[in-house]
Each structure stands twice: as C-alpha cells, then as structure tokens.
Design a protein around this ligand. Structure first.
Ligand SMILES: [Mg+2]
Length: 213
C-alpha cells in the first residue's frame, strides 16, 4: 500500500514576505494588489484573528484591523520559494515529489518513511527541515492516496500533521463542510446545500442511495 504525504504551506505568500522582512513577523499582514478594488490574496494567522479572510476586499480588511500591514503581491518571490521547497524535498527526502500548486506538494513516502521509524516521524522531519532551512511553516496530511492526504493536510493548521486511516475517516472527514472537497466550488456548494448535502458525510450517505444500475 502507498503512503502519500500532502504538504500544504501555511499562509504561504504572507509567510514568504515575513522571511525576507523579519520586522513584520508576528504582525497582522495581508498580501494584495494596490488597486482601489484590491482583494486580500493571502493573510497570515495574526490577520485571521481579526476575521480577515482571503478574497475579502482590502478596504474591509482595514476596517477590521486598522493596524493591518498591506504588502504588494510579489509573484517572483513566491515562485523562488516554491522552487526552494521543491529542491529541499528532492535533495533531502525523495524525488517522488509532485508540485500540485505554488504552495502544495504531493510526496510518495512509501519507500522512505521507515528510515524515520514511522509515517508521523517522517512527516515531522520534513516539516522541521522546511521550517529550519527556509523559515516557512507547513501542514502535512498523510494517507493512502492523494485525495485523503490532501484532506488530512487541512485538519491541523498551522504546523499540523494528521493521518487519515480507515478508523478515523468517519469521525474526522465526514463532518467537514462539503465546500472543503477539492473541485466543489461556491456554486456547487450552494446546489448541494439546497438538497441538504452539507457535509462530506452527507454526500457519502446520499451516494449510497443512488441507483447506479
Ligand atoms: Mg497553503
């Protein structure tokens, strides 16, 4: 059986800016464009304490937190750090790594995890290596396939590690909101909620009733 790690960088854009400018560490920051209609592209965990969310209009975020620090989007910076993380994973752990988005990586740990005793310790070693070498936090989800590993990476943030095994899928995956499923956007979420499918568990039980013949 495969052992898949899904690495999701925490507040990635904001974290990259904190790496190159230590003065803004521990302060509420958002990354956005400078236009009048700017929206929040990334927010760090300090900004989230003020209820600031991504895709929120910047002016609204400033109302919620008057001391908010707004930083210009810098795509080259994120790409540079995304490559650094990829290289670190390949050089120190395994070349079975796939970049799934600018701040997410899927790693096949099947052949390496036993060097660290178990899957959790292996994930911890990866998480610590990225944090100590690049100063960037990540959460790691572990499971038997990419989908479950990705879902597991959402359970503990920031700097979390979570493992989906058959025994905890019903208690931990099923209660999550349907919008957490990859591929389910705003409109589909609305449609599903209209027919009373609110959680991933609801979806699972409702598909059991489908007549597939
Ligand atoms: Mg992320």
């Amino acid at each position: 059986m495969k052992l898949i790690f899904y690495i999701d960088m925490n507040a990635f854009f904001a974290s990259c800016h904190q790496v190159i400018d230590p003065r803004i560490v521990s302060k509420p920051i958002v990354v956005s464009s400078q236009s009048r209609r700017a929206i929040v592209a990334s927010n760090n965990y300090e900004a989230r304490k003020y209820n600031i969310k991504t895709a929120m209009p910047l002016y609204q975020a400033k109302v919620l937190c008057p001391t908010l620090i707004c930083i210009n989007v810098n795509r080259e910076l994120y790409i540079e750090y995304s490559h650094k993380i990829f290289n670190l994973l390949v050089n120190n752990f395994t070349n079975k790594v796939e970049i799934t988005s600018i701040d997410e990586y899927c790693l096949d740990a099947t052949n390496i995890y036993l060097q660290y005793n178990n899957a959790f310790e292996c994930a911890k070693a990866i998480q610590n290596n990225i944090l100590n070498s690049l100063n960037l936090p990540c959460s790691i989800g572990i499971s038997y396939n990419k989908f479950l590993a990705k879902m597991a990476s959402k359970v503990n943030k920031p700097l979390g590690i979570f493992i989906f095994k058959p025994h905890n899928i019903k208690t931990k995956l099923w209660p999550l909101d349907i919008k957490e499923l990859p591929g389910i956007g705003k409109k589909t979420t609305e449609k599903l909620k209209n027919i009373n499918i609110n959680t991933i568990g609801d979806f699972e039980t409702s598909t059991n009733n489908w007549d597939l013949q």
